[in-house]
Design a protein around this ligand. Sequence first.
Ligand SMILES: CCc1ccc([C@H](C)CC(=O)N[C@@H]2O[C@H](CO)[C@@H](O)[C@H](O)[C@H]2O)cc1
Length: 801
Amino acid sequence: EAKIQDLVPEPDAAALRRSIEYHLKYTTGKDPSAATLTDWRLAVSRAVRDLVIAPWFETTQRVYTEDQKRVYYLSMEFLIGRLLEDAILNLGLDDKLRSIVGNFDVDYAALLTDEPDAALGNGGLGRLAACFMDSMSTVGLAAYGYGIRYNHGLFRQSFENGWQAEEAEDWLRQTHPWEFERPEAHYPIGFGGAVSVDGAKATWTPAETVLAVGYDTPVPGWRGRWSNTLRLWSAKPEREFDLEPFNRGDYMAAAAPSVLAETISRVLYPDDTTAQGKELRLKQEYFFTAASLADIVRRFLAHHDDVAKLPQSIAIQLNDTHPAIACPELVRLLMDHHGQPFETAFEIARGCLHYTNHTLMPEALERWPTDLMGRVLPRHMALIERIDDHHAKSVKRPESVKILDGGEVRMGDLAFIGARRVNGVSALHTELMKQTVFKDLHELHPERVVNQTNGVTPRRWLYNCNPALRSLLNDTIGETWVTDLDRLEALLPLADDTAFRARFAAAKDTNKRRLADHLKHSMGITLDPTAMFDIQIKRIHEYKRQLMNILHAAALWNAIRQNPEKNWAPRIKIFGGKAAPGYVMAKLAIKLINDIGATINKDPAMAGRLQIVYPPNYNVSMAELLIPAADLSEQISTAGMEASGTGNMKLSVNGALTVGTLDGANIEIGEAVGSDNIFIFGLTAAEVAATRAAGYDPASHIAAEPRLAEILEQIASGAFSPDDPGRYTDLVTNLREHDWFMVAADFSSYWDIQSKIDEAWHDRDGWHRSAVLNTARMGWFSSDRTIRGYARDIWNAGTAY
Ligand SMILES: CCc1ccc([C@H](C)CC(=O)N[C@@H]2O[C@H](CO)[C@@H](O)[C@H](O)[C@H]2O)cc1
C-alpha cells in the first residue's frame, strides 16, 4: 500500500518556516518582533492551510472528472471546535511545527489554544455532523457539508454565584483563517409575498429577499490525501445601504436593510430540546436549505441536463427535521423552474432525500403553525398540502398519519414522507422510532427505516486529544488504527500483560495530571490525580439526569460522614454542560450542583474522599481535555430517552469505564466491551414504559430508599441553600409527585452500582484491565464505520479508501 507520505509530500522544515514568516509579514503585515500570539497563530494557520489546497483542488477535480455521486450533508449545526491542531496532526506536521514555532520563541501550546472554538452547534447533533465531515474526507467520499455561518455560535457560559450566566460568543471577532469567502456563490432567498397560479404554472413573488453568500472551509481527511468542502451561508442584504434615509439623517433606516438581512445568520439558537417555533428560526432553516439546494442543482446542471437523473448523481442527508423544508423546496425548484409535473418532481425529490432522526422527545419534534408557514413560505405551504394529499391518495393510510394536523405542519412526518430512507442513530432508538413516533408510517413504508449507530472520529477524539495513549498505541500496534479503528483489537491480549497495563495506566495518569494543572490554572482548585475522576459531560437536561448524579453525591456525603472509617474510593465528580437559556429546571439543576458542591468541598471530612468540580463553558476544546482524564463515564439517562449519545463512545475509547442505563448506544457499547467491563443499572426502556403505563408513584420509591428520602429532605429544607431555603422546594416537590424522568425509581440501583464501582476501583489492576478492554473493543464506534454504513445502506455512494 503506497506510503501516505508519498501522496502528500511533507514540506521540509525550512519551507514551512519560510511560509510562516511570509504569511506573518505579507498576509498579516506584521514584523516578527511586533507580532502578537494571535498574529503567529494566523501565520501558522495560513501556512498549514496552504498545504491543504492542492489535495482540495485535486479532490474537486477528481469528483468532477469521474462524475462521482455526491453526498450533501445539510445541518443547522456543525460543532467543529478548533481547526489548527487537527489540521497539523492530520498532516503529520506536529513535531516539525513544534520546533519551528519554538525557534520563533513562541509558546506552541499557547498558540494552539489561542484559537477560538467554532461553536456552531449545541451538542450531539452538531458534533456528529463535524465528526461525519472528518470521516467522509478520510474514507474518500465525495461530500459537501452545508450549514449557516453564524456570527455568534453557542453562548459562553459563566457561573455567577453558582447560577449559569450567558454571554454572546464572538468567534469571528478575529479573522477566521480557515474559510474562503465565495462571493460568486450567492443566491437570493425569498420570504413572504404571494403566489400567482395560471393553469399548472405557479409563480411565487417574495416580499423580501436576502442574499446567501457562501464561505468555504476545506475539510482535510487523514494525512490530507482527500479534502471535501464545508460551505456555510451568511446572510447579506441585497442592497448594502439605503442612501435616501441617510441623506435625511435617519441613519437607523439607512442601516435597516442590512441589519434585518444579516439577522438571519447572526446567532445560533441555543436550544437543543424544545422547538420554540420562532419565525426567525424557520427563516434560518429555509435560508440555508434553499441556498444549498440552489447550489446543488446549479452544480448538477453544470454537467447534466436531465433533472430526472438527479437521484443517481446526488444524495442529500437531512440532519434531523431542521432542513426538512428541503422536500417542498426541491419540488418547487423542479416544478416552477424546471417544468416538472408535481408527481415527477416529488418522486425525483424523494429519490434524493434522506432523513436522520436524533430524538424522540415530543417537545423537540418541530411542528410549524400553518399560518406562520403560509405567511413566510406561501408557495411551500401549498406544496406541503399537495404532498400530504398525494401521500393520502398513494397509500391507504390511517387517519392518524398526516403532515398537517391541528393547524400545524409536522416536520417529522413531512421529512419521513418526503425521504427515500429514514434512520435512527442507535439500534434501540431506531426500534423505538418504529414503535412510537413513526409507528404508522413505518407500517406503511416498512423498507424505509434503517439504523446507523452513531460514531466519533478517532482523529480528534483519540489521536489528537490523547497524545499519551496515542504514542503507547503507536509503539505497541502501529498507527493503522487511526483509519481502521478495529485494529485496536490487537490490544486484547495485552490486557493481561502487567507491563502494558502499567503503561496504559501511566497514560491515564498523565492525562489526569494535565487536567489537574489546567483546572488549577483556570479555577484555582486542586485535584488529586490518584482519585477516581467520575465525569458527566453533556448538555444539561432532565432526561440526562445530572440531578440523579448530584443526589448520589449528596447521599455519599451523608454516608461518608456517618461512616468515615469505611474504605471509600476517593472520588472527584466532574460536571460539564450548558443549559438552554430558557430551560428553568436545567438551570436550577446547575445551581443545585454548585450549591451541593460548595457544601461538600468545604467539608473537611470530605478531603481526599469526595470533591465536586464544575468548570464553566464546557465545549469541544474542554471535552478534549476532560475525556482522556476520565476514569468513570456517567451515561445515566432515563432508558429510552437518549437516542444514542456520542460522549459515551469518546470516553470509553479513551479507557474510561461506563456506568449507564440500557439506553441509546450504551447497549451496543456494553455488547462490544463485555458485561464485565461496564456497569449497567436501572430500568430498561420497556420497564420505563410499563411503569408509566401502570401509573408511577415516585413517593413510594422514595419511602423505600432512606438515603434518597434523607437527601431530598435536606435539599427541600435549604441545607444546601441557607441563603434561600426555599430555592429547591419546587424541584423536590416535582420529584416526589411527578418525577417524569424516574430518578426515584432508579436511585437505589444507581446507589448500588456506584458502591460496586467503589469496590472495583480498589482493584487497580482489575480496573486497568477493564480500561484496556474498553479501548480495545471500541473499533465499531468510529464514525468511519458509520459513514461507510450510510454510503452503503442509504446513499449508495462509493468511497476511495
Ligand atoms: C428545534 C430544537 C432542537 C435542536 C436540536 C435538537 C437535536 C436533535 C438534539 C440532539 O443533539 N440530539 C442528540 O443527537 C445525538 C447525535 O445523534 C445523539 O447522540 C443524542 O442522543 C441526541 O440527544 C433537537 C431540537
